[in-house]
Write a protein that binds this ligand. Structure first.
Ligand code: KIV
Length: 266
C-alpha cells in the first residue's frame, strides 16, 4: 500500500483536530486535481446520475455504471480515501446482494470504502458489510435515494419526530461500526447535536458549520451544473460560462477559417 495513502483510521483521528475535506469526482482528470490539492476523501457519488449523466435524480444509475466511474476516479488518485456510493437498489434488496455489490467497488474499482444512505433500517446490512472487511460511510438526513417517499427534497429534522429519529439513527450507525456519517440537508443545530453526540466524524452537506467536515458535489461549486442550486451551494467559479466562451470562440474560428493556423498543420 502506498505510504501516503489516507486510511479510515486517519479520517477518524481527524475528529476534533482538523476539518475533514471531502468532495465528489466522476472521472480521473478532476479526481487527479482534487487529489493533488489534498482532499481527504473523494466520493464517487451516485450524483453522477443527475450531474454528468443528465438524469433528474439519482435513481437511474446502477452498479455496472458506478463501477466504470469509480475505476476512472481511482486512476487519478494516489492519496485520498476513495469511497464508492452504493446506488439505488444495490443494497436495499438483501444484505447478501449488498455485500456482493460493496465488494465489487473494492475489487473491481479500487475503492477503499462504500457509502450507504439510511439509518436503523439498514443496520444489519451495514454490520454484515463491515464484518466482511469493507468500511462503510453512513449517510442520513435528506437522503436523495428516498426522495420519492419523502415527497421531494425537503430539509429533514425540522419536526420533532424526524429530529429524534435522526439522532437515534446516528447513534445506531455509530454502534454498527460506520467510520463516519454524512449529514445532509438538516438544520445546523441538529447537525451540531449529532456531531457532539457521536465519537466518529460527521461530514456535512447542507448541514451547517459545526460538522467535523464538509462534502459537496464538485460540478456544483465549479458552476458547471445548471441553476437552480440548493441554498448551501457556493459557486467558486462559473465554468459553464468559461466553457461556453471558449467553445464559441473555437466554432467562430472554424467558420471564419482562422483555425487551424499554419502552426497547427503537419
Ligand atoms: O452522491 C453524492 O454526491 C452524495 C453527496 C453526499 C455529495 O451522496
Amino acid at each position: 500500500m502506498n505510504k501516503n495513502k489516507l486510511t479510515v483510521p486517519d479520517i477518524i483521528k481527524k475528529k476534533g483536530r482538523e476539518k475533514i475535506t471531502a468532495i465528489t469526482a466522476y472521472d480521473s482528470l478532476i479526481a487527479g486535481i482534487e487529489d493533488k490539492i489534498g482532499f481527504d476523501i473523494i466520493l464517487v457519488g451516485d450524483s453522477v446520475s443527475n450531474t454528468l449523466l443528465g438524469y433528474e435524480d439519482t435513481l437511474r444509475i446502477g452498479m455496472d455504471e458506478m463501477i466504470i466511474f469509480a475505476k476512472a476516479v481511482s486512476k487519478g488518485v494516489k492519496r485520498a480515501l476513495l469511497i464508492g456510493d452504493m446506488p439505488f437498489m444495490s443494497y436495499q434488496i438483501s444484505k447478501e446482494l449488498a455485500l456482493k455489490n460493496a465488494a465489487r467497488f473494492i475489487s473491481e474499482s479500487y475503492m477503499d470504502a462504500v457509502k450507504i444512505e439510511g439509518g436503523q433500517e439498514f443496520k444489519d446490512t451495514i454490520e454484515f458489510i463491515i464484518k466482511s472487511g469493507i468500511p462503510v460511510l453512513g449517510h442520513i438526513g435528506l437522503t436523495p435515494q428516498f426522495y420519492l417517499s419523502f415527497g421531494g427534497y425537503r430539509v429533514r429534522g425540522k419536526k420533532e419526530k424526524e429530529r429524534k429519529k435522526l439522532l437515534e439513527d446516528a447513534k445506531i450507525l455509530e454502534e454498527s461500526g460506520v467510520f463516519a456519517i454524512v449529514l445532509e440537508g438538516m438544520p445546523e443545530d441538529l447537525a451540531k447535536e449529532i456531531t457532539e453526540n457521536v465519537s466518529i466524524p460527521t461530514i456535512g452537506i447542507g448541514a451547517g458549520r459545526f460538522c467535523d467536515g464538509q462534502i459537496i458535489v464538485v460540478y456544483d461549486i465549479l458552476g458547471l451544473t445548471p441553476e437552480p442550486h440548493p441554498k448551501f451551494v457556493k459557486k467558486y467559479i462559473n465554468l459553464r460560462e468559461l466553457i461556453e466562451k471558449a467553445l464559441l470562440e473555437y466554432k467562430t474560428e472554424v467558420m471564419e477559417g482562422k483555425y487551424p493556423e499554419e502552426k497547427h498543420i503537419y
